[in-house]
Design a protein around this ligand. Structure first.
Ligand code: LMR
Length: 408
């Protein structure tokens, strides 16, 4: 049966890491996958995580299963991190949160739940969006469609086009929004735009699903949840897929959560029971280690303080790299305006580099960028910046020469 199976194409993002690892060039740079690098180019284990991990291991007495919906204290800590511990959504019991294997796991559980409960629903994704979004929802058997989001001319949100498209989304469909640090563009909705979108979703009966994988990377842990708080004020029901891969650096521990906010505590309980069924028939119950670490950090004043300091340091380093990147390109005399990159937030920016330029950077300079032109700013360091910018300048210059040659 397997003999005639043809190979699947490489994953648009993780496939790049595989190719990068095989590349022998010592100057190679991976700006593909969204993984944070520190100033020395390493992806560190956070100090808070190290300390919490020691504590978790010292206290661990059993590897028995977690409940289907996960570690109760972790689930409670997740709700508090999203909304604040005193938020009505939390105290009323309207929110059902389940622990999931990473943010992708949360999206897939959401997809399975939607497919089972609302089989006709279409999931609406921004153009562009994370390369895996459509795959995840289609794998759950759902239809996906797109709404305009990014304006390449300004490097910002094309809000009029987005709104126009949202006005024709049928009631009962699902609208996927990025909580902050939009992946891949780094361009977020303003609070006023969130309000308009939330009101529209409420009026039209559209169910928002927020992908929230970068809390703390835009402006701050609380500041980045502003969109969620606006949704909470405007709509009775929505979902949030949380990931702790980036803000706790727990990439390979697959640590995330799905929160479903229901109109009543009773509906919340019913929803929780349905989501638990979706989990049980998929991976049965979640992995424990990452969740115990997050729980230990969020539940301890000192560890939490240390963690918040580390999140701030990651955010500030990325923002420094954004400035340095734009300055370095300017110093090299690159004419194209890249200044929008300093206005964008989070790990990613949409560079505007074409697929041909991305390919040239990879083939000639061993610089790995997603085909869409998305660059992971968190992969830049002071040490690799000159090489990176010189390579980009060269590739852009060659393009100009080629275009002139073609015209001549
Ligand atoms: C990314 O967008 O690079 C990350 O979210 C990692 C992934 O799983 O694609």
């Amino acid at each position: 049966m397997f003999e005639h199976i043809t190979p699947a194409p490489a994953d648009a993002i993780l496939g790049l890491t595989e190719a990068f690892k095989k590349d022998p060039n010592p100057r190679k740079i991976n700006l593909g996958v969204g993984v944070y690098k520190d100033a020395s180019g390493r992806t560190p284990v956070l100090q808070a995580v190290r300390r919490a991990q020691e504590r978790v291991l010292a206290q661990e007495r059993s590897k028995s299963y977690l409940p289907i919906d996960g570690l109760p204290s972790y689930v409670a800590a997740t709700q508090a991190l999203l909304f604040g511990p005193q938020h009505e959504i939390v105290t009323s019991g309207r929110a059902a949160t389940v622990q999931t294997p990473g943010g992708t796991g949360a999206l897939r559980v959401a997809g399975d739940f939607i497919k089972r409960m609302f089989p006709e629903a279409t999931v609406w994704l921004s153009t562009p969006t994370w390369a895996n979004h459509a795959n995840v929802f289609q794998a759950a058997g759902l239809q996906v469609a797109n709404y305009p989001y990014f304006d390449p001319a300004t490097g910002g949100v094309d809000f009029p086009s987005m709104l126009e498209a949202l006005q024709s989304i049928p009631s009962g469909d699902v609208l996927l929004l990025h909580g902050c640090c939009h992946n891949p563009t780094g361009v977020d909705l303003s609070p006023e735009q969130w309000r308009t979108v939330a009101k529209l979703a409420g009026e039209r009966g559209i169910l928002p699903l927020v992908d929230f994988a970068y809390q703390g990377f835009a402006q701050g842990l609380a500041e980045d949840a502003v969109g969620l708080h606006i949704l909470a004020e405007e709509v009775p029901e929505f979902m949030v897929a949380s990931s702790y891969s980036k803000n706790f650096g727990l990439y390979n521990e697959r640590t995330g959560a799905l929160t479903l906010v229901a109109p009543t505590p009773q509906a919340g309980e019913a929803v929780r029971s349905r989501v638990k069924r979706a989990i049980r028939t998929n991976y049965s119950n979640p992995p424990a280690h990452g969740a115990k670490i997050v729980d230990a950090i969020l539940g301890d004043r000192d560890l939490r303080h240390l963690w918040e300091t580390e999140v701030t340091a990651m955010r500030e380093r990325i923002n420094r790299m954004r400035h340095l990147f734009v300055e370095s390109l300017n110093q090299l005399g690159v004419e194209r305006d890249f200044s929008f990159i300093v206005r964008q937030r989070g790990m990613f920016s949409y560079s505007g580099l074409t697929p041909a330029q991305v390919q040239a950077l990879r083939e000639r300079f061993s610089i790995y960028i997603v085909g869409s032109g998305r660059i992971n700013v968190a992969g830049m360091t002071e040490a690799n910046m000159d090489y990176l910018c010189q390579a980009i300048a060269q590739v852009l210059q060659d393009q100009v020469l080629q275009d002139n040659g073609a015209q001549g």
